[in-house]
Structures are given as structure tokens and as C-alpha cells.
Design a protein around this ligand. Structure first.
Ligand code: AFD
Ligand code: MN
Ligand code: MN
Length: 396
């Protein structure tokens, strides 16, 4: 690599930030139960403290996404204190995630509920979430709706679409100048027959209708197993509608496994679409990256460090694709040469480049080892064991 290439990669790494989800540090589980961890965070302060450990060793995770009901049980009143707490731990509050999927009133949906009063209650929660985002100086409000139905014929799909159009455009009017609504889609779960915002096309149409500050959020776990996600990314980039990503990996469904643990080549191809778009346009893509994983069995902080480091590696590999050369092979339909050009970058060992970047930014060369040697995990395991033991008894 030439010194100029090093500089380009280092500049790109300097602006490559991956937000951490507060909920990724807490005890989570499946519908079959939870395996409680002694070190799991049980308060927003502990979540912010754990997130600051990941940022300290990786240098690229300065913001933490929060969940309104789980992290602000008392709502807006708590926002200044949470913002202050984040600052104390050297991180900042990132995207605000409303919760219109847990309360009993949402059994048949939130903005898509046939009962106008429930739709209004959901809208009020979403508007409060926008107010919280303004109190925490957050740019993004990340919207995921569990709305849908479980059996054919039980709901009117077109009426529910209309209620989402109305609710989202009303919500959009409450945004501050530089804020964004990031609209996430998901084909199924928890709804098992239809989900109201099931794919990128529905999210795109709803976001377009809501207003100019609404974009689409792509969660890697929210696609059918055979779906070509990088093709979705290419279209959304071309439409100027790609607002953000939730990173995870899965063998079957949603955010079960850590980023890159099953299919690293897929995320490399996604980063390649973004890097190609940046090369062709000469602009930096304005995309909010976030880890959205449920760390059931792995240690929460270690799993998060693993995921962030893997994302950095795959991003650097995508930065190393020779776009000029690839474009020529594509134009002439030289299939093997084009594929070799792409795969050579994917199979390149980029750890020396990352180590050089870390050394020059005074970061630990091996983030996971640095965390393990810090003694943080042993300390918080002792401090939090009691509270997590209660969680076991209260859960039993
Ligand atoms: C669940 C949903 C969705 C959402 C996340 C945080 O499937 O991905 O972004 O919870 O609310 O994973
Ligand atoms: Mn998600
Ligand atoms: Mn998900």
C-alpha cells in the first residue's frame, strides 16, 4: 500500500463510528428463557459504563443507542440526567428507540391498531421520544414496529398501511431541524402472518410519505435467508434513502449471533457497495451504523468488542478494493477478473493495517486482550452478582 492509501484508510477509519445498543449489555434471552450473567448491566449507568469500555479499547464507539421504556422509565424528565451520565463515562447518547411493542395495549398493533385511541397513545409515545431525543441532543429516532397479524383475514392490510402513513407524517412534523426518523423493516416476528412494515419497499414508501427527514434503516437480521441485502443497500443509496444499519449475524433469524460469525463476506459486500458509491460520488455516505445483537450466551462486553473489531476489519477490506480496475472489468464483463479484484480485497489480511492505525491513535493493538487485562469484568461481576442473582430468583 502507498502512503497515500494508508492515509485514505486511516481517514476513513477515523470517521467510521459504530453505535452500541444499551440493551446489548443487559440480560437478554429467548422466549424459552434467559441465562443471567453476573456481569450483566442492570441500570442505564452500568450500560453506559460497559459501553465506555468498548469505546476505550476500540476507539470507534462513542455513542450509545437507548431504549425509551428500558432506559427512561420515567420518560422525558430523565433525559438530562442520562445525557450527563453518558458524558461522565466519555460517551454520548445516540439514537432514541421508542417502544410500542411491549405494553399490553399494543396487542393488536400501535400505529396500525384498528382502535384510534391506541393509535393516538402510540403517537404520543413516539412524540415524547422525539422530545427525549431533543433533550439528549440525538439526531436519530429509530422506529421499529412489531405491528402485524397472526392469521389471514384478521386485519385489513390496506387500512393499517393508511394509519401508518397518517401516524408517521404527523410524527415527522415534530422533528428538529437536523433530526431524522429511521424507519426499520422486518419480514416477521413477533407477527407471524403479516408485518405492517415487512420489507425495504414498504419502509421506503412510508418514509418518502412521512417527509424529507425520514430515511430507511436496514437491519441485517431482517431479511429472508436468500435475500441479496447488498442489492437493497445499492438501491437505497442510489435513492438517497439509506439512513442506517443494525449489524448482527444469524443462521436463521434476526439478531441471534455476533456480526461476521456466520457470513462475513455478506457484510464485506455491503461495505463494498457503500465504498463504491463513495468512490463514484466523491462523497462520504451519511449512514448511522449500530450493533443490534442479543448476546445470550457470550459475555456481553466481549461480544460487543468482537463485533466492533470485525466490522472495522470488513470495512477496511472493502476500502481496499481497486474500484478503478473493477469498473473496467465490469464494463468489459471480464467475470473472473472482476471477481478476483473483489475477492482479493476480501481475503487480504488487514490486521497489520488496523494495528498501525491503532498504534498511531494510541489505542490498544488487541482490543479484546486489553479489555481482558483491565480487570473490569472481574470487578463488575463482583459488584453486580447480587442484583443479577435477584434477577434469577425473580425470573424463576
Ligand atoms: C429487535 C427488533 C429490531 C429493533 C431492536 C431494538 O427486531 O431490530 O431494532 O429490537 O428495538 O431486535
Ligand atoms: Mn434492529
Ligand atoms: Mn431485530
Amino acid at each position: 500500500m502507498t502512503p497515500q492509501q494508508y492515509e485514505q484508510v486511516f481517514d476513513a477509519l477515523d470517521s467510521f463510528e459504530i453505535e452500541l445498543p444499551s440493551w446489548g449489555f443487559a440480560n437478554t434471552g429467548t422466549r424459552f428463557g434467559k441465562f443471567i450473567q453476573a456481569a450483566a448491566a442492570t441500570t442505564i449507568e452500568e450500560k453506559l459504563s460497559d459501553a465506555s469500555q468498548v469505546h476505550a479499547v476500540t476507539g470507534c464507539s462513542p455513542s450509545v443507542a437507548v431504549h425509551v421504556l428500558w432506559d427512561f422509565p420515567n420518560g422525558l424528565a430523565q433525559a438530562p440526567q442520562v445525557k450527563q451520565l453518558a458524558r461522565r463515562y466519555g460517551v454520548r447518547i445516540g439514537s432514541i428507540n421508542p417502544n410500542v411493542f411491549q405494553d399490553q395495549i399494543y396487542k393488536f398493533g400501535s400505529l396500525g391498531n384498528p382502535d384510534a385511541e391506541i393509535r393516538q397513545a402510540a403517537l404520543e409515545h413516539l412524540i415524547e421520544s422525539v422530545h427525549i431525543s431533543q433533550a439528549t441532543a440525538s439526531r436519530d429516532i429509530s422506529l421499529w414496529f412489531a405491528d402485524g397479524s397472526n392469521y389471514p383475514g384478521t386485519q385489513n392490510i390496506r387500512k393499517r398501511r393508511q394509519w401508518f402513513l397518517e401516524g408517521l407524517s404527523q410524527l415527522h412534523q415534530h422533528l428538529g431541524e437536523n433530526q431524522r426518523l429511521l424507519l426499520e423493516y422486518k419480514p416477521f416476528e413477533p407477527a407471524f402472518y403479516h408485518t405492517d412494515i415487512a420489507d425495504w419497499g414498504m419502509a421506503l414508501l412510508l418514509a418518502r410519505h412521512a417527509g424529507p427527514q425520514a430515511k430507511v434503516l436496514v437491519d441485517l437480521g431482517h431479511h429472508y435467508p436468500s435475500q441479496n441485502i447488498e442489492q437493497v443497500v445499492a438501491w437505497l443509496l442510489a435513492e438517497g434513502m439509506l439512513g442506517g444499519f443494525h449489524f448482527n449475524d444469524r443462521r436463521y433469524a434476526d439478531d441471534d449471533l455476533t456480526l461476521g460469525s456466520i457470513d462475513p463476506y455478506q457484510l464485506f459486500r455491503i461495505f463494498h457497495e457503500i465504498c463504491t458509491w463513495e468512490w463514484e460520488t466523491g462523497e462520504r455516505a451519511d449512514i448511522a451504523y449500530m450493533i443490534d445483537q442479543s448476546h445470550n450466551l457470550k459475555g456481553k462486553i466481549e461480544a460487543m468488542i468482537q463485533s466492533v473489531v470485525r466490522a472495522q476489519e470488513l470495512y477496511v477490506k472493502a476500502l481496499l478494493v481497486d474500484h478503478e480496475k473493477l469498473a473496467k472489468h465490469q464494463q468489459s464483463c471480464e467475470l473472473v477478473d472482476a471477481e478476483e479484484c473483489l475477492q482479493r480485497a476480501f481475503y487480504r489480511d488487514v490486521s497489520p493495517i488496523l494495528e498501525e492505525w491503532r498504534r498511531s491513535r494510541r489505542l490498544p493493538l488487541d482490543p479484546l486482550q486489553a479489555f481482558r487485562q483491565s480487570g473490569y469484568l472481574e470487578r463488575v461481576s463482583r459488584e453486580r452478582a447480587e442484583r443479577n442473582r435477584d434477577a434469577v430468583t425473580s425470573y424463576a
